[in-house]
Design a protein around this ligand. Structure first.
Ligand SMILES: Cc1ncc(COP(=O)(O)O)c(C=O)c1O
Length: 488
């Protein structure tokens, strides 16, 4: 044993914990459908949607929630959401086709991101809201509406590069959205194309967890709305995008300890904690720490609906009153597009252990039947331990010694590690055991999955409970109704 264990245990709410305890169920699934295997929990997304709704109610706000589909390709999650009051944020032609087929009517769909002509045409033809990324996109849409005699399209204007008057809050540059300094030209174009588009709101999505930056953006949007009204336009909604975040870890102390020890390892003050001394953005220059930790803050006490609550309670940078109050006073609707946070606790990625090997240099390698693209935790900078699900149902003995291992993937590629971090497990796994990567429904399970080496990408199943028993269907076979026709 080279160092004391530095666990980063995943945060597990009851439903996810319960499925992970159904060990025979999970092993049977992987035996039948192969490794890797993704399991999604559609019932959880309903609960998550209700939690966001409760925040709207607490602040007396109205408006819509659109799930950012890109976070997960699952049909089951989308169909389950169709039963709720939520809408869908689609960022490609295929996503739009998918959600139309899952039961979403066009009034519950918003098309975001930069779009090609086919995507714009189908969005306009179907009558979904188009969240315009640029003035050029507005011109293309107007041209399509005219040329193909389409109905007038409801649009939002995505803005970026916000600046607080007199306040030093830096807004990070974005390649999406129209620069707020070009607002006048943009609104001129909206007015010019009145016959083709109806402006219903303004929008932003910022890839940051910083509340001050988001507060500047939201307050600016309120001003922009007022400017629109002054021009005789009548937008009603402000879309604040996604980025509410997820709390991945059960224990903040473990996170603090891990990051401290990682720093010590980078400085050479303790044995390595990563493959070939990788520093996650940190480096040592003559014993001095340089760089910045490029990791997702995996322990986030304020995340998801809690983060929305904080943002709405946050004082507007120049007007000083809570942002929710400003929305309410102006009777503006609040629109949100949560991705990651809406699928919090909604899934798990399973991988079979193929081999456990000790190298002459003292490392322990655990090779799994999955690769780095199948569970892209590393790519997203999220550090979180897998849960070992032994084949024989055993539990590690209380006095079992923790082991630090490297999880290597099934590609014939030096770089194919599931994570470059040494992962501490409560005991050495055996071939045939499963590693369960919990809470991976948001971006990790299918965003980067690929057919490298012609390895299969994971199948997906939807698991749900009936009378306390876990049941499953292939993801594409899941509909949120009883499909067999029996009376329930
Ligand atoms: C326009 C837009 N809305 C919403 C989201 C969802 O963000 P998150 O998953 O962080 O909530 C994204 C993510 O890239 C996005 O680009």
């Amino acid at each position: 044993m080279r160092s004391s264990p530095l666990y980063l245990e995943p945060r597990l709410e009851p439903r996810l914990r319960s499925v992970l305890q159904a060990t025979d169920f999970l092993h049977t699934l992987v035996d039948a459908l192969g490794s890797p295997l993704n399991v999604v929990l559609p019932e959880q997304i309903t609960e998550n949607e209700e939690r966001f709704r409760a925040v709207y109610q607490r602040h007396h706000l109205s408006g819509d929630l659109y799930f950012a589909h890109k976070a997960n390709r699952s049909s089951a999650l989308v169909r389950q959401l169709a039963v709720t009051g939520a809408g869908m944020d689609v960022a490609s032609l295929a996503e739009l086709q998918h959600v139309l087929g899952a039961g979403f009517t066009p009034d519950r769909i918003m098309a975001t991101g930069p779009k090609n002509r086919e995507f714009l045409w189908l969005a306009a033809r179907a009558g979904v809201i188009v969240n315009l990324d640029s003035k050029a996109e507005l011109e293309s849409l107007a041209e399509l509406v005219g040329k193909y005699v389409l109905p007038r399209v409801r649009v939002m204007l995505r803005l970026s590069a916000f600046q607080a008057p007199g306040v030093k809050v830096l807004s990070r540059p974005s390649r999406f959205g129209s620069h707020v300094s070009e607002l006048d030209t943009l609104l001129d174009a909206v007015e010019r194309h009145r016959d083709a588009v109806e402006l219903i709101g303004v929008a932003y999505h910022l890839d940051t967890i910083g509340l001050p930056e988001k507060a500047v953006a939201l307050e600016t949007c309120i001003r922009v709305m007022n400017e629109c009204q002054r021009r005789g336009l009548q937008p009603r909604a402000i879309d604040i995008g996604g980025g509410f975040g997820v709390n991945y870890l059960a224990d903040g102390g473990q996170w603090e300890r891990y990051t401290t020890e990682l720093t010590n390892a980078v400085l050479g003050r303790r044995p390595a904690l990563t493959w070939q001394g990788h520093g996650y953005g940190l480096r040592s220059e003559s014993g001095t720490l340089r760089g910045a930790l490029g990791l997702y803050p995996a322990h986030r006490p304020v995340a998801a609906e809690g983060y929305l609550d904080e943002l709405l309670s946050y004082p507007a940078p120049s007007l000083g009153r809570p942002l929710a109050t400003l929305l309410l006073e102006n009777l503006y609707d609040l629109v949100i597009e949560p991705g990651r946070a809406l699928v919090d606790q909604c899934g798990v990625a399973l991988a079979r252990v193929l081999e456990v090997r000790h190298t002459p240099t003292g490392d322990c390698l655990v090779r799994v039947e999955m690769n780095g693209g199948d569970v892209s935790l590393e790519e997203h900078g999220v550090l979180m331990d897998p849960v070992v699900i032994p084949r024989d149902g055993s539990r590690p003995a209380p006095d079992a010694e923790a082991v630090g291992v490297y999880l290597i993937g099934n590609l014939c590629l030096e770089a194919d590690l599931i994570t470059r971090r040494m992962v501490f497990l409560p005991g050495l796994p055996k071939p045939g055991d499963l590693l369960a990567f919990a809470n991976t429904a948001g971006y990790f399970m299918d965003f980067s999955a690929d057919h490298a080496l012609q390895q299969p990408i994971a199948r997906k199943v939807a698991a749900y409970q009936e009378n306390g028993t876990w049941r499953w269907r292939l993801d594409e076979q899941y509909w949120p109704i009883t499909c067999t026709g029996e009376q329930s």
